[in-house]
Design a binder for this molecule. Sequence first.
Ligand code: NAP
Length: 315
Amino acid sequence: MQKIGLGTAAIGRPQYINIKSKETKPFDKKSFTEDGLSVLELAYENGIRYFDTSPGYGMAESILIDWLKSKSDSEIELATKWGYTYVAEFKKDALVHEVKEHSLEKLVSQWEVSKQLKPFLNTYQIHSATFETGVLKNKEVLHTLSEYQKKIDLKIGLSTTGANQLEVLKEAYDVEVNGQQLFDVFQVTHNILDQSVTEFCNKMALDEKRIIVKEALANGRLLPNKNFTQYDLLYNELKKLAKKYDVGADAIALRFCVQSLDSYSVLSGALEKEHLLSNLKANGFVLEEEELFLLKSFAISTDSYWNERKKLSWN
Ligand SMILES: NC(=O)c1ccc[n+]([C@@H]2O[C@H](COP(=O)([O-])OP(=O)(O)OC[C@H]3O[C@@H](n4cnc5c(N)ncnc54)[C@H](OP(=O)(O)O)[C@@H]3O)[C@@H](O)[C@H]2O)c1
């Protein structure tokens, strides 16, 4: 399977966290769905077989359910999540876009919808597990996930976000139900700027855990632009490497993720077709050791990374 997978946050809701500034066209459900379907098909035609989604991504699950009706390829793998509800009703200026709730009721009710993604669905993740929601200590929730794991044949996982990703991962790795580790899939933020989970994830990968990388482009911050001049030195290096390998800076940043962490898949979060095709060029070359080493030197502190991310808006 090729390393690059597709994250579907952007195909399911017109606004999400990124650094875009261009005006988006008025929302129209029919054409939005058609666009989403065509991005999924383009991804598939170009070899993508791993897709990540969530009920928190607006219509993404329902677009996938529709798209999968025409597919019978057993190589397609789907991961979804539970715990976030999309509430913005596709309005750009909504005050609240999503609501987080890690209760048993939310788990059971979201599963009733997500189960339509079977038989392609093989991974079910807690969406943004944190200490604050107590989800990693909620016995009812953990036992229910363990039941799904056994009865429905699902890999159980979680995604992490925030400056304490590493602490959350360590606690999650140790969670057991009936003497067995519960979590087999860990979706983490990893990129040139935030490399804080590299070592622990590589250790988990040795233990046959699946690591999925998200935010490989740091929501677009890794694409050379004028708003983050503090990264100009990094942008220069990305541009040089992009020229050398005849790809875009996006492919260099994604390739960095492929080579710096032992992952099962690195997600592209592209919505624009040309961006997706450009992201996929990360499959076509290998960075040299010293290039990888140089890119590794641009890591910033996790606190700075996440403080800056908090300031990005929904566009
Ligand atoms: N907590 C969680 O569980 C969580 C959180 C975040 C993400 N995720 C998952 O990870 C997936 C990936 O999303 P991400 O946020 O990690 O995205 P990302 O890959 O870090 O960044 C995506 C952004 O980069 C832009 N982009 C990509 N290639 C480009 C190019 N060549 N030129 C210009 N712009 C380019 C995209 O623009 P366009 O949209 O215009 O193409 C989009 O705005 C999501 O879809 C989701 O599945 C999960």
